[in-house]
Design a protein around this ligand. Structure first.
Ligand SMILES: Cc1cc2nc3c(=O)[nH]c(=O)nc-3n(C[C@H](O)[C@H](O)[C@H](O)COP(=O)(O)OP(=O)(O)OC[C@H]3O[C@@H](n4cnc5c(N)ncnc54)[C@H](O)[C@@H]3O)c2cc1C
Length: 331
């Protein structure tokens, strides 16, 4: 896209953690001389780590959502639309009602929850991996009078690997505060083997913390299907776990549009250069959960990638300053 006045158009897909940080940085650094555009199907940014606090009634929806339109104050134009396709040859993003050209494209479309990938999941699991689910779980916990709560994880990538541990502990605290913990059995299943090694290894520590709280851990449990009528989770090799309330993390996958246009190739997302976040397409970068990086799918990682990429694009466009290396300090 060539424009005579030298203005560049930087388009950011997704108004989650990575997209908002990239847009805010670029708007501040370049927004007066160039065009920074952010596109999301939702009108609001959702702060997903707080879904767990909403689950136990410590936050309301209005506390953890912000209108993406506010980015105008940071020289960022917001367009609310489903993203239908990316055309790398024409350097265009196809939206519902228009096409948006780009000189630089940052893809931060996160991972989508895919309840359809486990039979029975949608009817069975009440989970805080979506805003609506967190509110439903808050109501289910408030109505729970005793029994077996099972927290668990699926195969494949999902948002924030430590969060299922936090969910167990917050449910434990919740029922202790209600003075009902003796009537509530909490258990956790994971596809991973029992963690071993030094206590400072986070997963060893988290596993020990759960057991300290009297939360039974089931290891190497791979979910096959769920029977919502009988309230049983069926695993491989005929293992099964029964529940009264199931809080299972849904399977996650990259947005379908990324597979359809050929940018994403695996369930872990878009292949990128680990330093520059460049994808196989010219002037197209991917950050956050949709980037296939050797790091966890977390807001902290998305934030750091967005900061470094925004800086490096600013250096490239203005030809001032020096590029930074990406040095992830939370993985
Ligand atoms: C319960 C829970 C607890 C968590 N706790 C933590 C924590 O403590 N620390 C931490 O660092 N991380 C945590 N995370 C993870 C963190 O929220 C994510 O890793 C982070 O939001 C990823 O940012 P992102 O920009 O890659 O994607 P997202 O934040 O998922 O944003 C993607 C955006 O793209 C939009 N989008 C997707 N497809 C389309 C389309 N086709 N058209 C238009 N728009 C589209 C979506 O609407 C969304 O706004 C937690 C997550 C959950 C669910």
């Amino acid at each position: 896209m060539r424009r005579l006045n030298g203005r560049k158009q930087i388009v950011i897909l997704g108004g989650g953690s990575g997209g908002v940080v990239a847009a805010t940085n670029l708007g501040r650094k370049l927004g007066h001389d160039h065009d920074v555009i952010l596109i999301d199907k939702r009108a609001d940014h959702l702060f997903m780590p707080a879904f767990l606090f909403l689950m136990v009634g410590e936050r309301q929806t209005s506390d953890i959502t912000r209108s993406l339109g506010h980015l105008a104050k940071r020289n960022v134009k917001f367009i609310q639309s489903e993203i239908l396709s990316i055309d790398s040859t024409r350097q265009e993003v196809v939206l519902q009602n228009e096409k948006i050209a780009y000189d630089y494209l940052i893809v931060s479309l996160g991972l989508q929850t895919r309840p359809d990938l486990v039979a029975g999941f949608a009817e069975a699991s009440t989970h805080p991996w979506e805003l609506e689910g967190a509110a439903k779980l808050r109501d289910a916990l408030a109505a729970f009078r005793g029994g077996r709560i099972i927290v668990g994880v699926p195969l494949g990538p999902y948002r924030c690997p430590p969060a299922p541990y936090e969910a167990q502990w917050m449910i434990d605290d919740y029922f202790r505060r209600k003075d009902m913990r003796d009537r509530v059995q909490i258990e956790y299943f994971t596809r991973d083997p029992e963690p071993a090694g030094e206590h400072r290894n986070p997963v060893v520590w988290m596993d020990a913390e759960s057991r300290r709280r009297n939360i039974k851990q089931h290891y190497e449990f791979v979910v096959n299907s769920i029977d919502p009528e009988k309230k049983i989770v069926h695993g491989l090799y005929h293992y099964s776990i029964s529940y009264d309330l199931l809080v299972m993390v849904p399977p996650h996958r990259p947005a379908q549009v990324l597979f359809d246009c050929g940018l994403a190739e695996t369930e872990n997302g878009i292949r990128v250069d680990y330093q520059s976040m460049k994808t196989k397409w010219e002037n197209v970068y991917a950050i956050g959960d949709c980037a296939d990086m050797p790091a966890s799918k977390s807001g902290g990682v998305a934030h750091q990638e967005a900061d470094v990429l925004a800086h490096n694009l600013t250096v490239e466009i203005t030809r001032k300053g020096r590029p930074l290396d990406l040095w992830l300090h939370t993985i």
